[in-house]
Design a binder for this molecule. Structure first.
Ligand SMILES: Nc1ncnc2c1ncn2[C@@H]1O[C@H](COP(=O)(O)OP(=O)(O)OP(=O)(O)O)[C@@H](O)[C@H]1O
Length: 640
């Protein structure tokens, strides 16, 4: 995966070491380079590309695929920089047309330039357009734990037509599956009616064309001599089939991946493809890279101890290139606010020692963990970029909570009405509010009720639903800590201004979900919210994937790795078991506790069970005020 923060784009590629060179120059028909994080997989892929050109391959005949368009852009930049560094003539416009992209992007390009027989004229529908089709045709499912687009997308990832999906459901005699398959059929009809292809259709259509028409298959696969695939661990069945068909004229397959970094099983990625590579492809050769160039010995040892607990994996030896035993830091804080203050001190401290902002990142499993930190850093004037989600006060559930709480406190507040926005969800909230919300309570209690209502009534399913609920409660929590609606409005405005000032594309601290950090690296990484219910996420059915997430987060760090957890975040919390698993790989002198309490908290038993009906964590003085005072006069917003 392209492992670099933006400025690294400009950095010169390192020369390949002996193992990397062997892999880059491999001659077998099907090659898998299987290696851990930071071992130079992407660097080796760039080396492979150059090697192929050296052998006389033509750039337009080398197909390179990455996991995201952003990664493709970065990889194109890296290859271009490497070629320029070697004094090769790179004409940017021509190089920009070379086939380097995501598999979906490549399928689109082929369909547009060389449509298969029977392919209708089509427009690509993005996620929003698909959501509109679903809403218009009311294609919702009774089982609301998954979004309809995910369900339909999963059929396409398995190359199942609506008829095949229906047959499967009938064979299993499962009413939920029957409903989903029928809805899928109606969805496909609706898309076809509008001449739309969603992303999943692109690969399905290309595969259909190549499977049904031998001449077409020969023509398309004849375009390529080499297929270079990054992030092979995240490939799904439809993508695998596409690659197989693209090899019909004998193109060589060369892939890099790390089964320990497979993060997309929930989107049909199947680690079985990387685990079974050698039996699946002709004349296979497996190469391993064992030297980790990214991280200190401490980080490599801690991360290896962690991932060693997973069972379904290829074991890998990793030798850290750096012998540094710089300690890993554990910080156990009182609550999320204290954690945000702590993170601020960490980044300011590192900046004070001369580290550029862009060499620091704060990573988290759940978006709401980042919200507090985002606001705190922005208030303090730290430049930041947020990856994976947008500005906190613009997020859907946050706007609903903020707008509704303010509107209930002051029905004449037209700005609040504008913040709330319009649409079915808003209408529903407004119609439920009189019945469900008692407005004759102090401001914090009002906020808490609004948080509950928003989280319960406007909840999308699945992973997104979790994030939604968490964000609704975080927004309600922040609102409740203000003296009242007016103070809250002022706070919101002040924070929005700070966030806008802080958002910067250049030298900035990166705040990101772990998924959004894949493939990147920074000198210092804080993994925030390392708590037992967040890592592993309490709702996740796949514990091995959760451990892989922690592994990916930890292995983004080059020198400094900090794991922080809060003893209370809306409810009492225990530290993530992954911390102990990582520490097992380290000696005492490789561990540093932020303070004695952090050590105590890490080793303390499980917290007292939280009351289920108390989603908001309120400061003690705030709690005391509820039910005692009438009206909206409540204590000051406090900072730890
Ligand atoms: N031979 C080498 N000599 C020195 N540094 C190297 C070498 N190979 C790779 N690196 C450096 O190691 C770091 C990680 O490399 P790269 O991004 O290619 O790893 P990766 O295996 O793709 O990582 P991940 O799986 O975590 O995305 C980069 O900073 C890269 O410049």
């Amino acid at each position: 995966m392209p492992a670099m923060s933006e400025p690294a784009l400009l950095a010169a590629e390192s020369p390949l070491d002996a193992e990397q060179r062997l892999a880059a120059e491999a001659g077998a028909e099907s090659v898998l380079v299987l290696a851990g994080p930071g071992t130079g997989k992407t660097t080796t892929l760039v080396g492979r590309y150059i090697h192929l050109l050296d052998l006389g391959a033509l750039a337009p005949r080398i197909f390179v695929s990455t996991f995201t368009s952003r990664a493709a852009l970065e990889l194109r930049g890296r290859i271009g920089a490497r070629l320029a560094g070697l004094g090769r003539d790179v004409e940017p416009e021509r190089f920009g047309r070379m086939p380097i992209g995501t598999l979906h992007g490549m399928a689109l390009r082929l369909l547009q330039r060389h449509p298969p027989p029977g392919c209708p004229r089509f427009r690509v529908f993005d996620e929003q357009a698909c959501a509109r089709v679903i809403a218009h045709h009311r294609l919702y499912l009774s089982d609301d734990t998954r979004k309809p687009t995910d369900v339909f997308g999963a059929y396409k990832d398995r190359l199942l037509s609506p008829a095949a999906a229906l047959a499967e459901a009938k064979a299993k005699n499962d009413s939920d599956l029957l409903e989903a398959a029928e809805a899928y059929g109606r969805y496909q009809q609706a898309l076809a009616g509008e001449g739309g292809f969603d992303f999943g259709d692109l690969i399905m259509e290309l595969v259909r064309g190549m499977e049904e028409d031998e001449d077409y298959r020969a023509r398309i696969s004849g375009f390529f001599d080499h297929l270079l695939i990054d992030e092979y661990q995240d490939i799904n069945p439809a993508q695998e089939r596409m690659l197989r068909l693209l090899r019909a004229q004998g193109a060589r397959l060369w892939a890099v991946g790390d089964d320990d970094q497979c993060l997309y099983a929930w989107r049909s990625a199947d680690p079985a493809f990387i685990l079974g590579f050698e039996t699946a492809w002709p004349n296979p050769a497996l190469y391993r890279l064992s030297r980790n160039y990214r991280s200190t010995a401490t980080i490599v040892e801690a991360a290896s101890a962690l991932i060693g607990a997973n069972r379904r994996r290829h074991a890998k030896d990793q030798v850290p290139h750096s012998a540094s035993r710089l300690a890993l830091t554990i910080a156990g804080l009182d609550d999320d606010e204290a954690e945000a203050d702590y993170v601020l001190r960490v980044v300011q401290g590192l900046a004070g020692r001369g580290m550029p902002w862009h060499e620091m990142a704060v990573l988290y499993r759940a978006g709401h963990v980042g919200s507090r930190i985002q606001i705190r850093l922005a208030e303090a004037g730290v430049p930041l970029v947020v990856r994976g989600s947008g500005e906190f006060w613009q997020l859907g559930p946050v706007r609903l909570v903020a707008g509704l709480a303010r509107l209930l406190a002051d029905p004449q507040d037209m700005d609040a009405r504008a913040v709330l926005g319009h649409g079915k969800r808003v209408d529903k909230l407004l119609s439920q509010a009189p019945e469900k919300i008692d407005t004759d309570v102090p401001w914090p209690a009002l906020c808490r009720q609004v948080g509950r209502l928003v989280s319960a009534t406007a909840r999308p399913p699945g992973e997104e639903g979790l994030q939604w609920r968490d964000l609704a409660f975080t927004a309600a929590d922040l609102a409740a800590e203000c003296e009242g609606a007016a103070a809250f409005t002022a706070l919101m405005e002040e924070q929005r201004r700070s966030l806008r000032r802080a958002e910067s594309g250049g030298d900035a601290v990166v705040l990101s979900t772990i998924h959004g950090a894949k493939g990147l690296e920074w000198s210092a990484v804080v993994v925030a919210g390392c708590e037992a219910d967040l890592m592993p996420h309490e709702s996740s059915p796949d514990l091995e994937e959760e451990r892989r997430l922690m592994y990916v987060a930890a292995t983004r760090a080059k020198r400094w790795l900090v794991l922080s957890f809060a003893a209370e975040r809306r409810k009492a919390a225990a530290p993530s078991p992954y911390i102990a698993e990582m520490l097992r790989g380290l000696a005492e002198d490789q561990i540093r506790y932020h303070d004695p309490q952090s050590r105590e908290r890490l080793h303390a038993g499980p917290p007292k069970p939280a009351k289920a009906d108390k989603p908001l964590r309120l400061r003690p003085e705030l709690k005391a005020s509820i039910g005692i005072r009438k009206g909206r006069a409540v204590p000051k917003r406090t900072r730890v």
